[in-house]
Design a protein around this ligand. Sequence first.
Ligand SMILES: NC(=O)C1=CN([C@@H]2O[C@H](COP(=O)(O)OP(=O)(O)OC[C@H]3O[C@@H](n4cnc5c(N)ncnc54)[C@H](O)[C@@H]3O)[C@@H](O)[C@H]2O)C=CC1
Ligand SMILES: O=C(CO)COP(=O)(O)O
Length: 301
Amino acid sequence: VTLAQQGPVTLWARDGAAVETMRATRQIPRLPGVTLPETVRVTADLAETDTAGVVLLALPMQALGAFLADHPRPNPALVACCKGIDLATGRGPSALIAETCPNAQPAVLTGPSFAADIARGLPTALTLACADAGTGAALQLALSTPTLRLYRSTDVTGAELGGALKNVIAIAAGVTMGAGLGDSARAALMTRGFAEMNRLAAAMGARPETLAGLSGLGDLVLTCTSAQSRNYRYGHALGAGETFDPRTTVEGAATAGAAAAIAAARGLEMPVTEMVAALVARRIGVEDAMAALLARPLKEE
Ligand SMILES: NC(=O)C1=CN([C@@H]2O[C@H](COP(=O)(O)OP(=O)(O)OC[C@H]3O[C@@H](n4cnc5c(N)ncnc54)[C@H](O)[C@@H]3O)[C@@H](O)[C@H]2O)C=CC1
Ligand SMILES: O=C(CO)COP(=O)(O)O
C-alpha cells in the first residue's frame, strides 16, 4: 500500500477467491479499514511477478523454504519480510533464498513496524539488510517512501537474528504480563533477553551495533510492549491461562525451539529462550518456568 504511492505494485496471493474479493472490494481482510490503491494489481498468477526487479516475500517463516523450493523465483532481488529461524534447517530467510534462487541477491526488510501502521501511512523506520552493498543501496532507495524510512546494512545475519529472536522474548514479555508478574519483571526479561540475543548473534558472526539497532533492540521494544503484537498477545494468553486462535501467525513459537537447538549445539546459555521453547511445547507451566529462571545461580552482569 505504501509502495503503491510511488508506482505500480503487483500483489500476488495463492488463494484465487481471496484475490477476486480483494479486486472487487479493494479491501484487505487482514488490514481492516485499509483501501488498496488503484496502483496495486492483485493477481493469483505467480508468473505475473516474474519480470519484477524486486520481490518482497511476505509469508510466514516456516512456509518460506517449501514455497521457494516449489516456486524458485527468477527475479534479481528477493527481499524477505519474514522474521524467524526455519525449524527444519536452523536457517534464516536469506540462506533459504540463496539455496533455492542462486541467481538472486537475497535481502531482508525488518525492524519495528506493524503492517497496519505502515499501511495507514504512520511514520516507520526499518532496516534493509543486503550483503551486497550496491544492491542494498538500490533497494533502500526503491523501497523508502515519505513515511517509511529505511536504514541500510550489510549485516544480514545480525538483522535476521534480531528480528527472529525478539519474537521469542516478546512471548516471554507477554507471559509475564498475562500472569500478572508486573512491569519490573517484564523489563528484566527484555534486558536479559536482549543479552541472549546478542550472545547468539555474536556467535553467528553478527555485528553488535546491528543488534542495538532497529532490527534488534528497536523491534524488541515494540513487540514486548504493544498489544498489537501477536507474539506478545500469544504470550499474554499463555500467562493468563486463556485460549489463543491457533490460526494466528506467531513466529516466536517455532523460532524459540529453533534458537534453543542452535544454542545447545553451540554450548550457549539462553535461559529465557529455552524457557519459552519449553512453555510453547507445554513441557513446563508458567509458575515453574518463572521459578526456574529466578533460581538460577547469581552471576555477574
Ligand atoms: N503483520 C505485521 O505487522 C508484520 C509481519 N512481519 C513478518 O511477516 C511475515 C508474515 O507475517 P504476516 O503477513 O503478518 O502473516 P499473516 O499470517 O497475516 O499472512 C501471511 C500470508 O501468507 C500466506 N501464506 C502462508 N503460507 C503460504 C504459502 N505457502 N504460500 C503462499 N502464501 C502463503 C497466508 O495465507 C497469509 O495470507 C512474518 O514472518 C512476520 O513476522 C514483519 C513485520 C510486521
Ligand atoms: O514484527 C512485528 C513488528 O515489528 C510484528 O509482530 P508480531 O508478529 O508479534 O505481530
